[in-house]
Write a protein that binds this ligand. Sequence first.
Ligand code: F6P
Length: 364
Amino acid sequence: MKRVLIATGGGDCPGLNAVIRAIVKRATKERDWEVVGSIEAFNGILREPTEIKVLDEKAVAGIHVQGGTIIETTNKGGPFAWPIKNKDGSWSYVDRSDEMIRKLQYLGIDAVINIGGDGSQQISQALYEKGLNIIGVPKTIDNDLSATDFTFGFQTAVQVATEAVDKLVTTATSHNRVLIMEVMGRFTGWIALNAAIAGGAEVCLIPEIPYDINKVVERLKQRYSRGKGHAIIVVAEGAKPINGSISAKKSEEVGYSNLQLGGISAVLAQQIKEAGFEGDIRQTVLGHLQRGGIPIAYDRILATQFGVKAFEMVLAGRFGEMVAYRHPDIISVPLKDAINRPNLVNPDGQLVKTARGIGISFGD
Ligand code: F6P
């Protein structure tokens, strides 16, 4: 029997379980492959006793409709930066990648499928360079990976954000208020831009187009030209004013190396008031609602395509590569190409032009 190990790393995302199920279903057809999952990314391999779980058809039955990941995930630590507590209470980070590769050999793992975003795929590439038979599957609600047209989970996040705009519109109109909605996306504005168009926002602020607060207020004043009015502002967590900085802090969680973004909606509300707008303003931070719950059909299908392709790449020995979607095909690309630049919104691209065409202001 040959063994393939699945790990899910980074922030969770609707569709992860659909990928796991598709890998298992496709592998089952081969009869000589067993699928196992490492619990909480690669932590399950690194922990003593080992935490792995056999994934057979029974274990994955019906999970494509569930959010989250049945094998858990983490965006802290990892094989190259494993946190160790020092005697004085401080933390050091050690490289346990060689030890992990030896353990995988001991466990009889022939191939690894690592489902994760840019951070996880950087780990995949580094493990591949050390000789591990590894394949990447791109995952993120942010859609910020350039090698693929879309990542699964993104459309579900856009749906959640759009439904939130729809709800905010009714209360904004009733109270003649400006309602600011902050969405995720890290250093990209994909969720914000799509939700602003689909929901019908007046202003959309994204990291790729730094905003001028006076331009934002100008648009709001237009909306209130007859004394009353309302407006919806969708702001991406990574948005920033011209010559300003993003709202973020360094996390105090052990092993969390990413910047923790968030807080721009409160900053923006203050800036709008200071720039002379007199109407009422409220903020909503959509947060992890965008990542939870069932994946919409589009993401289930894309995730299933990624899972089947990933296992077929294992069979074909396409290690060091990542599954990608290039319409209309599901292809594979070298991991090193997939992680070398982020997928940013093009300020001159069609979607921004469409948004401008229906009167959405980017504050520029
Ligand atoms: O990358 C996905 C994402 O949800 C980002 O949009 C967000 O900034 C980040 O993860 C939040 O991560 P955490 O799980 O640490 O709150």
